[in-house]
Write a protein that binds this ligand. Structure first.
Ligand SMILES: O=c1ccn([C@@H]2O[C@H](COP(=O)(O)OP(=O)(O)O[C@H]3O[C@H](CO)[C@@H](O)[C@H](O)[C@H]3O)[C@@H](O)[C@H]2O)c(=O)[nH]1
Length: 449
């Protein structure tokens, strides 16, 4: 969530607003988090960064939580006193834009009489679903999980198979379902919600939010669609130490490489890594694969190579590259002329980055709202293909991987997908041009604050 938040900070600075980014104590964040923060702070000299103090005694709830999402929410909550103190000391009184999960920050803002907004890092249709989920769950007898593939209706949106909703809400009465439904319920208390999407991409999702249909008995807060907020691939290209994968891409023919990446934390099981490798090799297509070992990941990134079949790296040396460094410049890779397709876990940032680069996708969702994004990409936008037979927990065999690579790179079907993603690319570029829809909504937000 950090990259789009920092892009939002950059947009605010361009409008002459004074911006402070408030982050948790560094002991709670990954090295890539600090590195990204440093990069933006050096590019934006007027950006100030404030790290909240490490909470003293309020971490007992986090320590007791077994689910990572519950733990994260407890860690956020423990930072509230530090945030409140910080906000109280600012002159003039600030406006607060909090991450979508940090609804506790809205309470702190309300206490201080400060307007509190949320920044929602996934799509507008997902926001409409999340806002409505507490209502859906309380109106369903039994567990959503029992509904399996049966469609669940949401006003004005394409029905979603129950199994594609967030894993965390599928079972009633668990700590994690209570915690996440509480977050969704309290999102509506925001003064407004900034969404990292653009209206041309998601007109039906945006319409549902605007006409108030998603929340049955309460008004939906004003929604500002201000996306796509994504990193600038050009900046990544110009970095002093250009990532070696970009030099490798330079040497490949145009649109010939399939890029495989699963976001900031996604990893395949060891069995799936072997099937993926065999399928890629048999397809004969070029590929660039960001490989991460499943949690608990070994400290040494190269250890992930041990998951690959015997001799794989030497056999594919002229066709493919496997990268185990935890971070590649994804936006620059997607925008590179040699990239021809993107096998993605369907994280929303990856989705926007692929759309903005005009790269057709293969969907390989892992968790969170990624299954919902797959439905949107494959059935609504038709800018992606799905992997035949792929379901949560199912091992995709090498022959299916091979067939999928051929479909996305060679088939007639590819032409239609490419055409549609190129149209979406144009509208993504238009959104932030002067007078474009996101440009105008951002101007509206700035006027409001
Ligand atoms: O080696 C890497 C890996 C990732 N990225 C960047 O990291 C971001 C990853 O974001 P995303 O595609 O959204 O995936 P996750 O990190 O998995 O994001 C989480 O947050 C998203 C926004 O809420 C949700 O859509 C996802 O489901 C959830 O897993 C993107 O900007 C990538 O360009 C890199 O630059 N290099």
């Amino acid at each position: 969530h950090l990259i789009p938040m920092l892009e939002l900070a950059a947009a605010c600075i361009r409008r002459d607003l004074a911006v402070t980014v408030v982050v948790p104590d560094p002991s709670f964040t990954a090295p890539a988090f600090s590195a990204t923060l440093r990069k933006y702070a050096s590019r934006l000299p007027s950006l100030s960064v404030h790290a909240l103090p490490r909470p003293g005694h309020d971490l007992s709830a986090a320590a007791a939580a077994s689910h990572p999402l519950v733990r994260m929410l407890a860690v956020l909550r423990a930072h509230v006193p530090g945030l409140r103190d910080f906000l109280r000391g600012l002159r003039p009184a600030p406006e607060l834009v909090a991450d979508m999960f940090f609804v506790d920050a809205l309470d702190a803002a309300a206490e201080l009489g400060i307007p509190g907004y949320l920044f929602f890092c996934t799509g507008a249709a997902n926001l409409a679903v999340f806002l409505r989920l507490p209502h859906v769950c309380s109106g369903t007898s039994g567990n959503l999980r029992e509904l399996g593939e049966a469609p669940v209706s949401f006003p004005g949106l394409r029905p979603l198979p129950a199994s594609h909703l967030l894993e965390e809400v599928l079972d009633r009465g668990t700590d994690v379902s209570a915690a996440i439904l509480d977050v969704f319920d309290r999102m509506a208390a925001a003064r407004g919600i900034l969404v990292n999407t653009f209206e041309a991409l998601e007109s039906s999702g945006v319409a549902v939010l605007r006409d108030g249909r998603c929340l049955p008995n309460r008004p939906t807060p004003p929604v500002y669609c201000i996306g796509p907020l994504i990193a600038n691939g050009g900046d990544e290209e110009e970095e002093e130490e250009r990532h070696p994968c970009l030099a490798w891409l330079d040497a490949q023919p145009e649109h010939s490489v399939v890029f495989l990446s699963f976001g900031s934390r996604g990893a395949l099981s060891p069995d799936q890594v072997r099937e993926m490798a065999t399928g890629l090799e048999r397809s004969g297509h070029r590929f660039l694969w960001v490989l991460r070992a499943p949690a608990p990941a070994p400290a040494e990134p190269n250890a992930a190579f041990a998951l690959l079949p015997e001799g794989f790296l030497s056999r594919i040396a002229d066709k493919g590259v496997v990268v185990t460094t935890p971070w590649v410049p994804q936006v620059a890779v997607l925008q590179h002329a040699s990239t021809g397709a993107f096998l993605t876990h369907c994280g929303w940032n990856s989705t926007l980055e692929a759309v903005a680069a005009g790269v057709p996708m293969v969907c390989w969702p892992l968790d969170a709202e990624q299954w919902m994004n797959k439905v949107f990409l494959v059935e609504e936008m038709k800018v992606a293909m799905e992997v035949t037979g792929y379901k949560p927990g199912v091992l995709v065999r090498a022959d299916t991987v091979e067939a999928t690579m051929r479909r996305i790179m060679e088939s007639e079907e590819r032409k239609g997908v490419v055409q549609r993603v190129m149209v979406a690319k144009e509208s993504a570029a238009a959104a932030w041009k002067e007078g474009g829809l996101s440009w105008a909504e951002f101007a509206e937000f700035v006027k409001t604050i």
